[in-house]
Design a protein around this ligand. Structure first.
Ligand SMILES: Cc1cc2nc3c(=O)[nH]c(=O)nc-3n(C[C@H](O)[C@H](O)[C@H](O)COP(=O)(O)OP(=O)(O)OC[C@H]3O[C@@H](n4cnc5c(N)ncnc54)[C@H](O)[C@@H]3O)c2cc1C
Length: 455
């Protein structure tokens, strides 16, 4: 295989066979390791196309990889395959201020892209917690994040994709046009497909004008229940926040310890962290509305995070929680989503279950769109006990989520970790259709085979 890959790549440094570093054989959690015969760093669509042609002709499995920040095992390769790492295809090719679009390679890192775009007075709203993820990875997982409540998710900002199909054919799906009913919208089926349908080599993204101002606000409560209950009131009052995150005091402490910084209002039991953006006038109006809702919901305080450093620190604590929990103990991160009117019912259920089964369950997340990040913590359980108890509790948690009309994943994807729960809750006809679509894109099942719905 090495000779064949070198004939395409022509650069020994970009073709690794043997002693592949562990990080390339796993996901962000690093708990499970896969195997691969080769790790390749392509530089161009042409190289990707030739590699896939070779893999297809020889039925070799291929695992596309962005920044490897996923939490669900979706970059764990199988068999004697090829890991296609996109970290060197990391160029912003164009920022078109006439059509409000950007064209980028898939390995561009989200926060680098956002910084460049914002310097030009433009804005790319998707804002998942992990800012060092790649745009290609964000598209393949349809990443959500903090600003989804106002601006939507990654899918809403993808206008076109250059794709390399499993047999090496290169296609462009979508364009810079704002509307499209010209045949089937092929890019939409690839977004969120976790590398199972095609490999993304170029992305045309929608940009919007950068909001004039932005302000975050921390609302403190004496219980998570009153915090969560006020979320619907905030939405109903049409305050149009960019983000509504919830987090409990006991969870904040983990972030404080991890980062060695202090979070304000330490006497509260729970917080809602909101951001408003737009014109200064709009923000003022929405803040006044928030004060009203907070008073009616029994909030302890409403703290405007005018100080830039304080605001950044509060968001850093919120953003670091998955890693902060990870630093304390092994954990299973879930990102169950429930309809927004069920979020308090679900969180209350989790809190009761935590006590009943004596297993630590840390929840926080996107209150504005019902997406709960729930870390189920191992603590000092031995391997066998952890596996047994985790399995039993996950069954209970997913069952409850489904009863409430929820889904297994709101934004992290299914990968390898949640396949069982996807299968339990998805109608057989839907699963069969997903597999037929997989077959028409990738007849030989070489792309991320065995991942997500493809079992
Ligand atoms: C601390 C932390 C916080 C997080 N917070 C959030 C959050 O708020 N919201 C959220 O949505 N996610 C979050 N995540 C999860 C993760 O960051 C996202 O899933 C992200 O979109 C993955 O991007 P990546 O570049 O790391 O992709 P990878 O992890 O490398 O890959 C993810 C999937 O995309 C596929 N893929 C990657 N590149 C390509 C390509 N070019 N073509 C085809 N397939 C490709 C892979 O095969 C894999 O299936 C968080 C993760 C961490 C560690």
């Amino acid at each position: 295989m090495r000779e064949a890959l070198l004939a395409i790549i022509k650069d020994e440094k970009r073709v690794i066979t043997g002693n592949i570093e562990k990080q390339y054989l796993s996901d962000n959690l690093g708990r499970r390791q896969g195997t691969a015969a080769a790790l390749v760093f392509p530089l161009s669509t042409e190289e990707v196309s030739q590699i896939l042609k070779y893999a297809y002709e020889n039925s070799i499995p291929v695992t596309p990889r962005g920044a490897g920040t996923n939490l669900v095992g979706s970059t764990i390769p199988v068999g004697e395959g090829i890991v296609l790492d996109f970290s060197l295809m990391n160029h912003i090719l164009e920022i078109d201020e006439e059509t409000f679009t950007a064209t980028v390679e898939p390995g561009v890192i989200l926060e680098d892209f956002q910084a460049v775009v914002e310097e030009k007075g433009l804005f790319y709203p998707p804002d998942p917690g992990e800012k060092r993820a790649s745009i290609g990875g964000n598209i393949s997982t349809n990443a959500g994040g903090m600003r989804a409540v106002k601006y939507g998710v990654t899918r809403d900002y993808v206008m076109g994709l250059e794709l390399v199909l499993a047999d090496g054919t290169v296609i462009l799906a979508g364009s810079k046009n704002r509307k499209d009913t010209s045949g089937l919208d092929l890019k939409e089926i690839v977004i969120g497909s976790e590398g199972t349908l095609a490999v993304i080599t170029k992305c045309i993204l929608k940009l919007i004008p950068k909001p004039e101002a932005s302000l975050s606000v921390l609302v403190s409560y004496d219980s998570l229940k009153s915090g969560i209950e006020s979320v619907r009131k905030i939405i109903k009052a049409n305050l149009n926040p960019t983000a509504i995150e919830f987090v409990e005091r006991k969870v904040v402490q983990l972030g404080e310890d991890f980062l060695h910084i202090e979070f304000p209002q330490p006497d509260a039991q729970a917080y809602l962290l909101l951001t408003f953006d737009g014109s200064r006038q709009e923000i003022e109006t929405h803040l006044a509305g928030l004060q009203n809702v907070a008073r009616q919901s029994g909030a302890i305080s409403v703290l405007e995070l005018q100080d830039k450093e304080l605001s950044a620190n509060v968001w850093r604590v919120r953003g670091i929680l998955v890693k902060a929990v990870e630093a304390v103990s092994e954990q299973e991160p879930l990102d169950i989503v429930v309809p927004i009117n069920q979020i308090d019912t679900f969180i209350n259920f989790v809190n009761r279950l935590e006590k009943e089964v004596n297993m630590r369950m840390i929840s926080f997340g996107h209150a504005g769109d019902g997406n709960v990040h729930l870390c189920v913590v191992r603590g000092d359980r031995d391997e066998a006990t952890w596996e047994r108890e985790l399995d039993a509790n996950l069954e209970i948690l997913y069952k409850k989520a489904y009863e409430l009309g929820g889904l297994a994943s709101g934004e992290h994807g299914i990968g390898l970790s949640k396949q069982k729960y996807l299968a339990e809750a998805t109608a057989p006809a839907n699963l069969a259709l997903m597999k037929r679509i997989k077959k028409s894109f990738d007849e030989k099942r070489i792309l991320n085979a065995g991942m997500s719905y493809d079992v």
